[in-house]
Design a binder for this molecule. Structure first.
Ligand SMILES: Cc1cc2nc3c(=O)[nH]c(=O)nc-3n(C[C@H](O)[C@H](O)[C@H](O)COP(=O)(O)OP(=O)(O)OC[C@H]3O[C@@H](n4cnc5c(N)ncnc54)[C@H](O)[C@@H]3O)c2cc1C
Length: 355
């Protein structure tokens, strides 16, 4: 069976980002790479959004960038500006197309559907398939989104509505998220932070319909695209080995308090590329420990006090936009961390800390 210098298991966001990063920096000129990906075809299946706090390779896959966002709880709305750190959305269809058309030009890169088709001996493996045991008692961010097109101009195309908590919470944390692409097109998502729950999931379409028609008061629209997902707000149990590094969700690149993963994947890819010649000996790349600790406390609070969470999120945004964005994007200073912590309701966080 054929052997390769590198094997990437899973050609999704992390696997393809890494392959692309290696390819464009000429790291695959004299090395062979196999990408194992079972999907039969690539098509748009996700919209990856984030505040642009670092450069990345996919500016040309951006569907839209915004300089303003809002968050609201019943009867209160906060508007925030982010012109220096814009909120960007990447179209996964463009991302897959850009990367695959580049990778196919290098004959050192081969594509397989199943790991059993190649030899694993003597290869260094980058794995992006998460190992998730039982999901009982674990928190997930789970959601469904629809991209709708309306007949009238109903959206303010300049403002992302990051979290609209003016909706039923049902003893969980629930909000709607609206990315307006122009005045009559937007992606609208119903998002839950809870244990996986069949009743909520089966109800996604009804939640969206009700929000669009009764809350946003949009009666005439068509649905152009749908996406659905569940992001684990806990770390999968994959372990790095001597000849294997986990990447993406499997490599713990998700910020557990928010589900944001995309830019962490890009930074991890850059780190691997910079160290590829000595990859067996480099230290594990991680999201900084202070964020892991603070996210753990935050999720403890969320688990015990779901009803308080709309207020907690709202209060977090009482800080300057730069402070919150940098905190949520793992780029904050200690002063900015402190500023966030001091805005949080003290008692429920102290109780979560003592747990
Ligand atoms: C719908 C959705 C929207 C999201 N939106 C955002 C966002 O806005 N911002 C953000 O920062 N994060 C977001 N995330 C979180 C995160 O960025 C994505 O989940 C991202 O795709 C994670 O990359 P990954 O490579 O770890 O996983 P994936 O992209 O899922 O890639 C894993 C790949 O492994 C393949 N695979 C599965 N089993 C095997 C196997 N046995 N052998 C080989 N390959 C296999 C799969 O087909 C898949 O292609 C979103 C997640 C989802 C699900």
């Amino acid at each position: 069976m054929k052997e390769f210098d590198y094997i990437i298991i899973g050609g999704g966001c992390a696997g393809l980002s890494l392959a692309y990063e290696l390819e464009i920096h000429n790291k695959l000129k004299d090395k062979t790479l196999a990408i194992i990906e079972p999907r039969l075809e690539y098509k748009k299946d996700k919209t990856w959004s984030f505040w642009k706090t670092t450069d990345h390779n996919f500016e040309d896959c951006i569907k839209k960038s915004w300089k303003n966002f809002s968050i609201n709880i019943p009867n209160k709305t906060k508007y925030l500006e982010c012109d220096k750190l814009p909120y960007q959305s990447i179209d996964s269809g463009l991302f897959y197309e850009k990367i695959n058309s580049t990778l196919k030009q290098n004959q050192n890169i081969s594509f397989y559907k199943d790991i059993s088709e190649i030899s694993l001996n003597n290869s260094f493996i980058f794995n992006s398939v998460p190992s998730i045991r039982s999901s009982e008692n674990k928190l997930w961010q789970h959601f469904k989104g629809v991209e709708i097109e309306t007949t009238k101009n109903v959206f303010d195309a300049e403002i992302v509505n990051l979290m609209d908590f003016d909706c039923k919470q049902l003893d969980s944390v629930h909000f709607f998220y609206t990315l307006p692409y122009d005045n009559h097109k937007a992606l609208i998502e119903t998002t839950w932070i809870s244990h996986l729950n069949n009743d909520l999931e089966m109800n996604y379409d009804e939640q969206l319909k009700n929000y669009i028609e009764n809350h946003l008061n949009i009666k005439n629209y068509k649905i152009n695209y749908k996406e659905k997902g569940a992001i684990p707000l806990f770390y999968p149990s994959n372990i790095n080995e001597k000849n294997k590094i986990n990447i993406g969700t499997a490599g713990c690149m998700t910020r557990l308090s928010t589900g944001y993963t995309f830019l962490n994947i890009q930074e991890h890819s850059r780190f691997i590329r910079e160290n590829i010649e000595n990859i067996k000996n480099v230290e594990k790349y991680e999201i900084r420990k202070k964020y892991k600790f603070l996210d753990k406390v935050f999720l403890n609070v969320l688990n015990k006090n779901p009803k308080e969470m709309p207020n907690v999120f709202f209060k977090m945004f009482n800080n300057s936009p730069e402070t919150v964005i940098k905190f949520l994007s793992n780029k904050s200073s200690i002063l900015q961390d402190l500023s966030i912590i001091l805005k949080m309701p003290k008692w429920i966080f102290i109780k979560a800390l003592l747990k």
